[in-house]
Write a protein that binds this ligand. Structure first.
Ligand code: DAH
Length: 369
């Protein structure tokens, strides 16, 4: 067993130095590709060379040489341990090259994900209002007739309901009409949910998915997205509405755009208006995109109808009969609602809504910035 380690003939320091220098050189030039074999060769508990050295030399050393021998023994051990911790040579440049792996070739590129263009636009809209002190509220997509229609002043059988081709949840006939479930046709029901839960002042934006029984074409999709807004408090006027939306349109489309408000109708606002912006493609001169009018219609808005406050008050009084938080003599409000797809299509000059849902990477990648 000790034949590899002939007894040292002399234990003086030069002899020790020479003996350990040979061993150090052996460690330095050892092949460490198989790191476990290297470890066993030197540190193996039974046959490891350190063990053999210790048996052959340390034990037989005269007492006065033990210290000098021990120091050199420990240095050798540290050298072995350092070699074990060094990165395996197979990961080095030369070894890779030897294995025929060209490390100068580009690696696998993993494209980072990006927000979908619709989400990006939705976040942009919401963030314009966050900067004005609005907070975000969300609501369910499966909604009851009460929140989606009745409380918003769409009476049962009112023709205005026909404008919102509603997808009804099946087997609801046995329920009272206000409790019947449907897919929400707009984000406006969250206005009602918020006002029932919370007294004024209110400044909220409501982003979300809405559903209509619409056939898909270049500008319609049965599922689309809206951002709703509601501002309620003392002394909220139509001027506040105009100033807020004018600012929002400039923030979204550039400070050059002008806005104008056209009379319109929504059951839950009075007066109601459609907001148009000067055509961002031709600057208002008239082009194909704006049908030569110079204006693009973007959203609906208006002053909250007192009938809506009345419906909210009726609900709040079920909890507190004295509630008067939404007394239209004391508070007023404005609301607005916009289609996210419509805004994104104008922002990016997209003419077919279907691109948003196609999952076509050639379309989506254009929004990576
Ligand atoms: N809910 C309307 C729609 O889906 C959009 C809308 C118009 C919302 C005017 C409003 C508003 O809050 O004031 O057609």
């Amino acid at each position: 067993m000790t034949e590899n380690f002939p007894q040292l003939s002399s234990f003086d320091e030069p002899s020790l130095d020479a003996a350990f220098a040979t061993l150090a050189e052996e460690v330095r030039t050892a092949d460490t590709t198989d790191i476990e074999a290297f470890r066993l060769h030197w540190l193996g508990r039974k046959q490891g060379r350190l063990k053999l050295i210790s048996e052959a030399w340390l034990k037989s050393a005269p007492p006065e040489a033990k210290k000098a021998l021990g120091i050199r023994f420990n240095q050798l051990k540290q050298q072995i341990e350092a070699a074990l911790e060094a990165p395996a040579p197979s990961t080095t440049r030369t070894a890779r090259a030897e294995q025929g792996i060209d490390i100068t070739l580009p690696g696998t590129v993993r494209a980072p994900g990006i927000p979908h263009p619709l989400l990006k636009t939705m976040h942009e809209i919401v963030s314009v209002f966050h900067h004005l002190g609005y907070s975000t509220n969300l609501g369910p997509q499966v909604e009851s007739d009460f929140y989606n229609f009745e409380a918003l002043n769409f009476p049962p059988n009112h023709p205005a309901r026909d404008t919102q081709d509603t997808l009804l949840i099946a087997a609801q006939q046995s329920r009272p009409s206000r409790d019947r479930l449907l897919m929400r046709t707009h984000t406006s029901p969250v206005q009602i949910r918020t006002m029932i839960a919370q007294a004024p002042p209110i400044r909220i934006v409501i982003p979300g998915k809405v559903h209509r029984n619409d056939a898909a074409d270049a500008t319609h999709s049965p599922i689309f997205h809206q951002v709703e807004g509601l501002c309620v408090g003392p002394n909220i006027t139509f001027s506040d509405l105009k100033g807020t939306l004018d600012h929002a349109m400039k923030a979204l489309f550039g400070s050059d755009v002008r806005t104008r408000f056209f009379p319109s109708f929504f059951p839950f606002t009075e007066p109601s208006a459609d907001v148009q912006i000067s055509c961002i493609f031709c600057g208002g001169k008239g082009c194909r995109k704006c049908k030569h009018s110079g204006w693009i219609e973007l959203l609906g808005c208006g002053m909250v109808d007192p009938a809506v406050f009345a419906a909210v008050t009726e609900e709040r009084r079920k909890i507190n009969p004295a509630d008067d938080a939404y007394n239209p003599e004391k508070i007023t409000g404005f609301a607005f609602g916009m289609g996210v797809e419509r805004i994104a299509m104008v922002q990016h000059g997209i003419s077919d809504i279907g691109h948003f849902y196609s999952g076509d990477m050639r379309f989506l990648e254009q929004f990576a910035s």
